[in-house]
Ligand binder design. Structure first.
Ligand code: NAP
Length: 247
């Protein structure tokens, strides 16, 4: 008699998590439960089981792992989703669950870019400036830029904000990537943008805006990644699948 498949909990919300779920779906020994925070309104639905809405912190996640008999956890969340990654690290330490972090490499910062430790620090840099800015940091922290009333912000996000943004002078650009270099250049040109503010998310398609900014002579403000706990880590979907199959 064949053994029932083992379960892996895959913390998602990224393209890599989606592609990994597709790969695991081909593996008869594994069943993949993708977990999404539930903040994006129309997320891409991966194959396998899907849960949404969070666990209620470390205790909740540990309870879930026990209840479902989960054999492994892969944290493939966005590099800036640091709370859930810290929770996963602590939970796996407590429960003895094997944990892997799948994280795409960051973009190498150029010496002429302004690099800031977090969104608040970036906002302070723009506080007394008069600039035309393309802001691509998602919707959750965009409001930090309300302290810069003399600048104009073109705020790109996937879903509209839950409540109107507090930035006095702004327009919303509701779009989902990927964006080509040419379409990024057009956005910068058409809106006479002189600064691009973005998180160091890494990844090929996201880097097109940085290429476009360089080509259009637009200055770049790059927000560095938060520090994450130091666990086992890979950079590609293939490496993550290989790790799982070795368990
Ligand atoms: P976060 O600050 O690290 O997490 C806040 C809380 O949201 C967590 O404590 C957890 O709630 C819940 N959560 C987050 N990701 C989850 C997941 N994959 N499954 C179940 N619960 C999750 O996260 P965030 O920065 O708000 O990001 C939310 C999601 O959006 C992440 O899954 C991430 O991959 C994706 N995302 C984030 C960014 C970004 O810039 N931050 C960009 C693109 C995509 P409980 O404590 O209740 O478990």
């Amino acid at each position: 008699m064949s053994r029932p498949p083992k379960s892996v909990l895959l913390l998602g919300g990224t393209e890599e998590a989606y592609r990994l779920a597709e790969k695991i779906a081909q593996e008869p020994d594994w069943c993949c439960i993708t977990s999404l925070a539930g903040v994006t309104r129309n997320p891409k639905i991966p194959p396998g089981e899907l849960i949404k809405g969070g666990f209620g912190g470390v205790e909740g996640m540990a309870g879930y792992l026990r209840e479902r008999g989960v054999s492994a956890l892969i944290d493939a969340t966005h590099p800036f989703a640091d709370q859930i990654s810290r929770n996963a690290f602590e939970t796996c330490g407590k429960t003895g669950t094997p944990l892997l972090r799948l994280e795409r490499p960051p973009w190498p910062a150029q010496p002429h870019w302004q690099c800031k430790s977090n969104v608040k620090e970036a906002a302070r840099f723009f506080q007394n400036r008069e600039e035309r800015v393309l802001l691509t940091i998602g919707r959750q922290e965009a409001d930090e830029f309300h302290i810069s009333p003399s600048s104009y912000f073109l705020v790109r996000m996937i879903d509209p904000p839950d409540s109107p943004l507090k930035i006095s002078n702004h327009d919303l650009l509701l779009m989902r990537g990927p964006f080509s270099v040419e379409s990024e250049r057009r956005i910068l040109r058409d809106n006479r943008i002189d600064w691009l503010i973005t998180k160091n998310s890494g990844g090929k398609s996201g880097s097109n805006k940085l290429i476009a900014a360089e080509e259009e002579g637009v200055s770049v403000c790059l927000i560095n990644r938060p520090e994450l706990p130091d666990g086992e880590k890979v950079e590609t979907v293939d490496e993550a699948a290989e790790w799982l199959l070795r368990l």
